[in-house]
Design a protein. Structure first.
Length: 454
């Protein structure tokens, strides 16, 4: 997030409520608070049971830590009490350093191990996801007068950044209401309603011109939601979802992918549509939807690789990043250059295998092709990639597509933002640079995808 954007927001709503007095936990939490200007309150656990909670009830996220020498059963009782008192809030629990049980099992609870909380970027991920990415912005032109919307829509109040409903589910948009909504600076939907939003787009827009772009935008928002929903079962050591969560969401994504492929096969240029669809504070923490979609678009347009394998692998390829040390993940995702320092390279090179292991442990029903691609997304044509220096002849083309798409996405976040160059210019310059060096990709691969980048 730019300094200009940071300074333009003043949030009065309570984002994070901390119910612990542990100095170590507070110090760790304040790193995320400082980095993202998260509004917070620190309250003793005992005090929340004494009287009127007032604005505390509106806390979006609550942090609760297992105290030293506190038994698991006692901690679970405290968690359940918080869930009872704060029915609308999400909870992050920090388990004790020697705890090896799965913690409180509740869909509103995200249990983090001591290592995950203190040594990785996972707490910051949860903070941004829960506090800043529960609503997606849509365009007022996506709606039609005198149609029935099956999802609520919101505006964001400029002072306190809260979301105010302007139309409820199953509302008929009269001409007057439609005009008022069209005049709003921004319209939002709940991320979890992205399915209904896409169905609305599908019902009222055709597959040509502006209608096709709206359909593509709706599909991409849906993909973003399900990718993050899948992560809730993948990224964390302790289970907070049902055993079949990852498998069921994975199958949903596969069905969604088939509709995405139909859109990608049209003649319309959709690169900028996907690039511009979503831009919130959390988007820098999870780039998989963009990388996977860019790579799949190249696969469809060029005829190289299997689109389904490409998309699924792209959504899973970076889950292992969050198992690395915080400094490594932060450097890769959030630094201006998005490069890894040499001293961090050895750690960074572990993440393809960590991604595969995460998916296997969580029982994602991947086929063998996806498994092969996951561990090859950083392998190079010059056979100097990682983690295994795979011979060039054995590189899955889908892995090469994802590596190229990742370079495109890096350019979007760096070169485009810093210089303002157009997307097509960026893609062409990247292709020329890779065709000159021939370190990462073979000439045959680059020639095969050249026309797909236009």
């Amino acid at each position: 997030m730019t300094e200009e954007r940071k300074n333009s927001l003043f949030r009065q709503k309570l984002e994070l409520l901390i119910l612990t007095q542990s100095e170590d936990v507070l110090a760790r939490a304040k790193v995320a608070i400082s980095n993202h200007f998260i509004t917070f309150r620190t309250v003793k656990f005992e005090d929340i049971q004494k009287g009127h909670l007032g604005d505390l009830l509106k806390a979006q996220l609550i942090l609760l830590a297992q105290e030293e020498a506190e038994s698991l059963s006692s901690f679970e009782s405290r968690v359940n009490e918080v869930l009872r008192l704060f029915p609308r809030s999400r909870v992050v629990t920090v388990m004790g350093p020697k705890e090896n049980l799965e913690g409180a099992q509740n869909p509103r609870v995200s249990p983090l191990s001591s290592f995950e909380f203190f040594s990785t970027l996972k707490f910051e991920y949860i903070c941004l996801y829960r506090c800043r990415s529960q609503y997606y912005q849509i365009q007022s032109s996506d709606l039609f007068s005198m149609t029935t919307i099956t999802f609520p829509t919101f505006i964001q109040l400029p002072l306190n950044q809260r979301y105010l409903a302007v139309a409820h589910s199953n509302t008929v948009l009269s001409d007057e209401r439609f005009q008022r909504m069209a005049a709003a600076e921004g319209l939002f939907i709940k991320a979890k309603d992205s399915d209904m939003y896409f169905q609305y787009i599908s019902n009222y827009f055709d597959m040509s011109g502006a209608g096709l772009k709206k359909r593509a935008r709706g599909l991409f928002l849906n993909l973003c939601y399900y990718s993050c929903y899948l992560n809730e079962g993948l990224l964390f050591d302790f289970a907070s979802k049902s055993e079949g969560h990852c498998a069921s969401v994975y199958e949903k994504i596969k069905k969604l992918a088939e509709e995405l492929f139909q859109v990608l096969r049209t003649e319309e240029s959709l690169w900028d549509v996907f690039r511009e669809t979503l831009d919130d504070d959390f988007s820098l923490f999870w780039r998989a939807p963009w990388i996977a979609t860019y790579a799949t678009l190249i696969a469809v347009k060029s005829g190289q690789g299997d689109p389904m394998t490409t998309l699924l692998s792209g959504l899973l390829m970076d889950v292992g990043l969050y198992d690395l040390e915080e400094d490594v993940t932060r450097q890769y995702l959030l630094s201006k250059e998005k490069n890894i320092e040499e001293k961090m390279q050895k750690s960074f090179e572990k993440h393809p295998l960590l991604s595969l292991n995460r998916c296997l442990i969580k029982k994602v029903p991947m086929d063998e092709k996806v498994k092969s691609v996951l561990v090859c997304t950083h392998e190079k044509a010059n056979e100097k990639g990682f983690p295994n220096q795979v011979p060039a002849a054995q590189l899955p083309v889908e892995a090469q597509l994802l590596m190229f798409a990742e370079k495109i996405d890096k350019g979007v976040l760096t070169t485009m933002k810093q210089t303002g160059v157009g997307f097509r210019f960026l893609k062409e310059k990247l292709w020329e640079a890779e065709n000159t060096s021939l370190q990462n990709f073979s000439p045959e691969f680059l020639n095969a995808i050249a026309d797909a980048l236009i």
